[in-house]
Design a protein around this ligand. Structure first.
Ligand SMILES: [Zn+2]
Ligand SMILES: [Zn+2]
Length: 412
């Protein structure tokens, strides 16, 4: 039996083809997998029952950040000459029918339905990379793979290829290129793939935009935060204003400079232990806060409250999140375990996301700026959710939750 399966949704740049390749090998299916337009197309040859099991496995448990919207499955009769509507696929079948299972080059197609993945929090394997001495990405703030990293915030046009993202200006070094081209690597076709040698770089400036000479901008940033300074830090979707979450003076200073009287400030906690010290958290809340969407979750304050009241005056709840980029993880240490992480804007203006504009608009609030040379193309706020009973209620759906919307055609 020969089947052609077309899968639509967030299926490109998320490790879908290597995943299908492995499953095909498990089930001893012959054929190929290929990106055609906005879809993943699998052609497969094998026993009917075996193919059914293979398809079931692919669809039921796809890679964690993939989102399948629609599947089309077509049975091709043995006599290919009778098929008139699948000319393009006939070629694929004829070419691969005697081979094992292969991953093929992408084919572009206009006017296809397109889905764009939201930005996804750093995955456990990438975290392991940045924590392992000797690893190519040890302490590298822009580490990512097909299972994590920026997407929506860096995409300038579709299809989602590196040249259509703000990673276009960074050409991959040989090691990154090898991973990018290796179907068995989790960085196979990870469009923002990069390392210290070839990717974006961090730099620290004062609030006049003058660069602070230092060997390690992250280490220097930590020292400044520990001294009680306020930093503007460029994240995945924009700037945050950041200070030590346990330093009352710094928090009061941030409030007065930002002219934010008593609206609660969001916190970023190093780990679950820190959260449990200050809030009550149910299993469901823990599941949501740790998900790869990493939203701010509104949690009930624990009394006696051990943090400065100025974080959320007269409130019974706190907005808390976990780190979600490699940079965030690198900002924490033994002593520094809680950060105020509020949107980098003044009064009701939108969050800043461009280096120059941030310097211009936030220089009366932040003492220093930790920036980088990768452009954020689309500004993305942190999402805010609340768990009611067992139900996650999205109060502000942004990073991690949006888009997932349908885009049509190729936007150039
Ligand atoms: Zn990863
Ligand atoms: Zn590299």
């Amino acid at each position: 039996m020969i089947y052609i399966i077309k899968i639509y949704g967030i299926v490109q740049g998320v490790g879908f083809r290597p995943f299908v390749y492995e499953k095909a090998r498990d089930f001893k299916i012959r054929g190929s997998v290929q990106n055609i337009g906005g879809a993943v197309v699998i052609d497969c040859l094998g026993e009917r029952e075996n193919i059914k099991q293979f398809i079931f496995n692919v669809i039921k448990r796809p890679p964690s950040i993939a989102k399948i919207e629609r599947v089309e499955c077509t049975l091709i009769k043995k006599d290919l000459s009778t098929i008139s509507c699948l000319d393009e696929n006939k070629f694929i079948i004829k070419e691969n029918i005697d081979k094992k299972f292969v991953i093929k080059e992408s084919v572009e197609q206009n006017n296809e339905m397109r889905f764009v993945s939201p930005d996804i929090a750093v995955c456990d394997e990438c975290l392991e990379d940045i924590r392992s001495k000797g690893n190519l990405r040890y302490k590298y703030a822009f580490t990512n793979c097909t299972q994590c990293g920026p997407r929506y915030s860096i995409i300038k046009a579709l299809p989602y290829d590196r040249q259509n993202t703000t990673m276009k200006d960074f050409s991959m070094c040989d090691e990154c290129k090898d991973e990018y081209e290796n179907p068995l690597s989790r960085r196979f076709h990870a469009q923002p793939n990069c390392c210290e040698n070839c990717g974006p770089k961090l730099f620290l400036t004062n609030n006049h935009g003058e660069q602070i000479k230092c060997e390690d901008p992250i280490k220097e940033t930590i020292s400044l935060i520990e001294e009680g300074k306020i930093l503007a830090i460029k994240g995945i979707g924009g700037f945050h204003l950041v200070c030590d979450g346990r330093n009352e003076q710094a928090i009061n200073l941030l409030r007065s400079r930002k002219q934010r009287k008593d609206k609660p400030l969001a916190l970023m906690a190093k780990d679950i232990g820190v959260i449990k010290e200050i809030c009550y958290i149910s299993d469901k809340e823990e599941e949501v806060i740790s998900s790869n969407k990493r939203p701010i979750v509104i949690l009930k304050k624990k009394y006696p409250f051990v943090l400065p009241e100025a974080i959320a005056p007269k409130q019974n709840s706190l907005g808390v999140m976990f780190p979600y980029t490699p940079l965030h993880y690198l900002l924490f240490n033994e002593k520094l375990d809680l950060l105020v992480m509020t949107s980098g804007n003044i009064s009701s203006m939108p969050m800043e996301y461009k280096n120059e504009a941030a310097l211009e608009h936030l220089n009366t609030v932040a003492d220093y700026f930790l920036m980088n040379d990768r452009e954020i193309y689309v500004q993305v706020d942190d999402s805010v959710v609340k768990v009611i009973g067992q139900v996650e209620k999205v109060i502000r759906g942004s990073r991690g939750y949006r888009p997932y919307s349908l885009k049509t055609g190729v936007e150039k």
